[in-house]
Design a protein around this ligand. Sequence first.
Ligand code: ASP
Length: 345
Amino acid sequence: MKKIMTLASLICALSTSGFSGGISAKEAPLAIAIHGGAGTIERSKFTPEKEKAYRAKLKEAVEAGYRVLNEGGESLDAVTTAINILENSPFFNAGKGAVYTYDGKHEMDASIMDGRNRQAGAVAGVKHIENPINLARLVMDKSVHVMLAKEGAEEFAKQQGIKLVDNKIFDTEHRYQSLLKAKKKLDTAHSNKDYQANHQALPVNYKMGTVGAVALDINGNIAAGTSTGGMTAKRFGRIGDSPVIGAGTFADNNSCAVSATGHGEYFIRYNVAADICARVQYQGKTIVQAGNEVIHDVLLPVGGTGGVIIIDTKGNISLPFNTKGMYRASKSNTSATYVGIFKED
Ligand code: ASP
């Protein structure tokens, strides 16, 4: 059925364009969506200047990714281009601006997936990689593995010609202040049990802020990528959902591409990104239905907070979240640049 519909839409596209050699750039959908994390993002916490600066950075990232698509580039390149801009900004919890671990360092996770063939690459707990999404891409393109971690991942990076950087380059004052506040809450614990309870009770904003992108290119291929500093004051080598294929990132041309942000433990346990795509593929749901079901009906009742960005091969985009806000933006060849921060945007 799906094949017949695809063929029918192809014939329709060809007949309306009067173009006989294939689908021209005008008819083929191009689209991209990005996020910069979800959480208790409320208007009252923003000065007009701060809001303007965040909106400008989201716009810059989504438009740079879109330019790649518009010039005929691949969805994977659009995804890494947009994510690099967000990683290089101190506003978001990825790359420069990554949160601090309990020990005052930065440990980053990232992953990328190609919807054409379900190839994927991921890195976890890297400390000296300026743009972790680029290393995830190298793991996908240049290794036989899917996920590399810590020193091993950095050894691989060196072999691939990536210069290792000092962990201090990721320092920012606002994240340091968040670490101090988080530690104050955690350090009142007298036992491991208290510590775990304190950790569970940390406000959601200590557990969020990731960046991600999903894109559809001129050849009809979708891709997804996610990059994060993880959770403020994380310990014991904690790894979240962002580098876990199926949890924080997923892409398959047969369904959709998803990048997630939120309380990672829930996103891993509920296999969020893959669950959304499975609903699209096997239940025939739209990305709007599938995304809303998982974010609002599955995650929220169990206490899982966050959001996702979703794209399909027709260029549909959905950006559901169950938090107060989510930094997000999108652009396609049929819609102008959209930038949102708050629920009402
Ligand atoms: N999901 C990320 C993690 O748990 C955090 C985030 O999205 O902000 O590591």
